[in-house]
Design a protein. Structure first.
Lengths: 343, 277
């Protein structure tokens, strides 16, 4: 590999969506001018709301979809012209997928997929046992996969991805449907899997593995990824380490407020106040949560005054450090939740 | 850190075939409902035809013809419901994209599906022949075991070749697959002469029905296992073997070609590997 596990240049994908029989097909721009370089040994995150283009990008990188223009290389090979060289080196797991066969046991399903990649029976069985231990599914080795809960099934899918020891692994929303504890275990294993290979490369003992993770959980991206690309409406808006991305907001003051329900009072009223950059409103059960991004602390007084005038009671006020969610709001002008609702 | 060793080339192809055949073979043991749906129900049809033939004093060979036809329905049902529409269901469950993304050939996947289905259907066919022969006292007189084996083998190659070809075709037609399977089931029972000699049909109808390999295969096997089979045969066994050879080549080559087209289309259009667009 040339040091880059993944490279894309001016990548664009347009879907043609068919309407009725007589209707002209509509065009949907899923990706536009995507330029990414992911280094070998990196744990790279793609962060964006549903419909942002993350899955389309993964499909292109895993040889399942051709770009409309531009090019992409994975493990040093072109994903379209050299798909047969890319495929033995990659694997992919999607959140909520229902792959495999319900009448087969966990072991049999995993064995079957291992065979598709050419693993010997002994090697496949050894790795299945080892990886099931890691994700805490060892006691379900001989359970039919149709008898597994959604979370346990997702753990099995995750094992399927790691089983073939790919050079580049794509995880599309891998912790979707997992409970908090299981998500934590999976994240820990993902980090370990990449770090182990980087350490081995430093000792001249093999190539480093690379992992591309798509998620719309900000905490997941922040906690796990070496670098993150924020993507919305098919465009990469920013790409850097989580710390650097958050540093963009260092000059700003971020507050979380819990107030009495706004009862239709427009949030734009607060945004019109001097020094208020953005207000995100999340109605909760019995109160409203507001995230305030202010140019400086001084602007808070004006917000409190406006609330008092509108008879909105402040229940809780907290200053906090910027998160990737704030970076997204800063870049897009809306929260990820708001973007998803509009979509 | 030791990396995992992986086979490629022919070994990978064989591993894929065996692995994809496995769910079908093992499914036979785990889902016992096939005993009712694929043995008991076909036996009811077989019995009905036998009683009709005996009531009208038809030649006794007709009873054997019906038992053999009933057994062969297992293969047609398998090709129609488990082969032709299989890629469509694989797409719906998300397996198809994993198959395309894996380093193996899609032909190996289809071949595995075919061999697994063939194994399961052969067991069903054997049970129907055994049970039917015992119940209705069918007498056999095999003229040539080698020819019988050749006819059965070629029929299966051509039939499952047709199944592999239609798997891609049904996928391209997407949701219509279900209707196509329904549409093809009963008319083929009639046109292929499952329960009577195909010779009784109009010549050109029989020629048209010969595109389905079971028509020729069933006719040739009947000629080889029943004493008066040759007189009720449509074409000579040698000609039918020749036709089966041609059909095998056409269907397997067609399956390979169409599978390539399907994969290219899937990658270009982005529709075939996901159900949401």
């Amino acid at each position: 590999m040339s040091g880059y596990a993944i490279q894309t240049r001016d990548l664009k994908r347009i879907y043609k969506i068919r309407g009725g029989k007589k209707a002209e097909p509509k065009e949907l721009l899923a990706l536009q001018d995507v330029n990414l370089e992911v280094r070998s040994g990196e744990l790279f995150g793609l962060l964006g709301p549903n419909g942002a283009g993350k899955t389309t990008l993964i499909k292109i990188l895993t040889t399942l979809l051709a770009p409309s223009s531009g090019w992409a290389r994975v493990a040093g090979f072109d994903v379209i012209k050299e798909a047969n060289k890319v495929r033995p080196r990659i694997n992919m797991v999607s959140g909520g997928e229902s792959s495999g066969y319900g009448l087969l046991t966990v072991r049999e399903n995993l064995w079957m997929f291992a065979q598709f990649y050419g693993l010997s029976n002994a090697e496949a069985n050894r790795r299945i046992k080892e990886l099931l231990e890691v994700v805490g599914l060892a006691d379900r080795l001989n359970t039919k996969s149709s008898d597994l809960s959604t979370g346990l099934r997702q753990k099995m899918n995750i094992v399927r991805g790691f089983l073939t020891d790919p050079d580049v692994l794509f995880l599309d929303e891998p912790t979707l449907g997992l409970d908090v504890g299981a998500s934590r275990e999976v994240r820990k294993f993902i980090r370990h899997w990449v770090d182990e290979s980087v350490e081995a490369r430093q000792n001249n003992n093999g190539e480093a593995r690379t992992l591309l993770l798509t998620t719309h959980y900000m905490v997941e991206a922040d906690e796990l990824c070496d670098r993150v690309a924020i993507i919305n409406q098919g465009r990469v808006l920013a790409c850097d380490t989580p710390a650097t991305l958050k540093r963009r907001l260092q000059g700003e003051a971020i507050y979380r407020m819990e107030v009495s329900p706004l009862n239709g009072f427009p949030v734009s009223h607060f945004e019109a106040l001097q020094g208020v950059n953005k207000v995100v409103h999340r109605p909760q059960d019995g109160f409203a949560a507001l995230e305030l991004i202010l140019a400086q602390d001084d602007a808070l007084g004006a917000v409190i005054n406006a609330m008092t005038t509108a008879s909105i009671h402040i229940l809780n006020l907290q200053k906090r450090e910027p998160t990737l969610e704030d970076v997204f709001v800063d870049l897009v002008g809306r929260s990820m939740e708001e973007v998803e609702k509009e979509e | 850190m030791e990396r995992v060793k992986k086979d490629s080339g022919l070994l990978l192809f064989l591993r894929t075939v065996i692995a994809r055949a496995y769910p079908r073979v093992i499914g036979q043991q785990r889902e016992k409902s096939w005993v009712f749906f694929e043995i008991f129900l076909p036996m009811l049809s077989v019995s009905a035809y036998v009683f009709v033939y005996r009531a009208i004093n038809a030649p006794e060979e007709y009873v054997g013809f019906v038992v053999m036809g009933g057994a062969m329905t297992a293969f047609w049902m398998n090709v129609l419901w488990s082969m032709s529409s299989q890629l469509y269901w694989e797409k719906e469950t998300g397996n198809l994209s994993l198959y395309i993304m894996a380093p193996n050939s899609l032909m190996a996947i289809l071949l595995g599906m075919a061999l697994g289905g063939l194994f399961a259907s052969t067991l069903r066919a054997i049970v129907i022949v055994g049970l039917g022969s015992w119940m209705f006292q069918v007498q056999y007189a095999v003229a040539s075991f080698s020819q019988l084996f050749a006819v059965f083998f070629l029929t299966m190659v051509a039939l499952y070749g047709l199944g592999m070809l239609s798997a891609s075709l049904f996928l391209l037609l997407s949701r219509e697959a279900w209707h196509l399977s329904n549409l093809a089931q009963e008319p083929i029972y009639l046109a292929s002469g499952f329960y009577f000699p195909v010779k009784n049909l109009n010549f050109w109808v029989a020629v048209g029905a010969s595109l389905i390999p079971l028509t020729m295969g069933l006719d040739a096997m009947r000629q080889l296992v029943f004493p008066s089979g040759a007189t009720l045969g449509f074409l000579s066994v040698r000609v039918e073997i020749g036709i089966l050879c041609i059909l095998s080549v056409i269907f397997l080559a067609g399956a390979r070609q169409l599978l390539g087209t399907m994969e290219r289309l899937a990658i270009r259009e982005g529709r075939l590997t996901e159900s949401r667009r």
